[in-house]
Write a protein that binds this ligand. Sequence first.
Ligand code: NAD
Length: 253
Amino acid sequence: MAERFAGRVAFVTGAGSGIGRATASLLALEGARVFAVDVNRDGLSETVGSIRAAGGQADGTHCDVTDPASVQTAVERTVAAFGGLNILVNVAGIGGFLRFEELELADWQRTLAVNMTGAFITTKAALPHLLTPPAGNVVNVASTSALRGVAYAPHYAASKAGLLNLTRSLALEFATRDLRFNCVCPGGVRTPLGRFFIRREDFEAHLIDYAAPPKPGNFADPIDIARIIAFLASDDARMINGAALTADGGTLA
Ligand code: NAD
């Protein structure tokens, strides 16, 4: 396969695990120079180490996407190391089930800070570089939770719906400046995050059973989502802008 990302620099958040790691690895395999960031230092070095071991180009740093100074430093390090920043992939995220009575303001604020405001902060920091040719783009990892209500996870669903409409709004605002913004909306994916979405005894089961995919047990692996992210980030998706690409095996169909 031709290297779709030769000459491109990709900045991937949440790259120390799950979907972020799979995305960083796939983009590097297809020729991108990848700058990986995460708050998980061990996971991050594993990602960077495995990309390099496979012959790819990667660097990375500890970075909390909720902290503008931390993000600014990471973006500057990317540009210093690789000479630019063309593709921004916002994967970092947190979540899990909680009854509304147990959901504290701090949980609400932290979830919105990481899942929604984090993408605002990284986009602001990367923007001058994204606007520098060749045409740049941003892929945000939302969720099917952006597209419907989720019992026991209003904080998560609100953060992802906010992320989706941030994406759509920026897609419109930057369409004339060759900068695309898209979302992937996965259903269930086998990653460490999934353990926070376990149904509890005290939940009304029928309120969350809707989430069962039409093919039982049809959860995605991180690489399935990474392939969709890579497609959206590539020139193959030149005409896709402001999309919410659902990747749930048909659950919402
Ligand atoms: P994961 O837990 O494997 O990876 C998430 C990564 O984000 C972790 O490495 C974590 O350390 C990092 N992170 C968390 N807070 C951060 C912060 N403040 N700054 C930087 N990094 C931070 O989970 P995953 O399933 O790969 O999740 C990736 C994205 O996919 C998330 O946005 C999640 O909401 C979304 N998603 C996951 C599923 C699923 O079923 N796993 C479904 C839909 C959407």
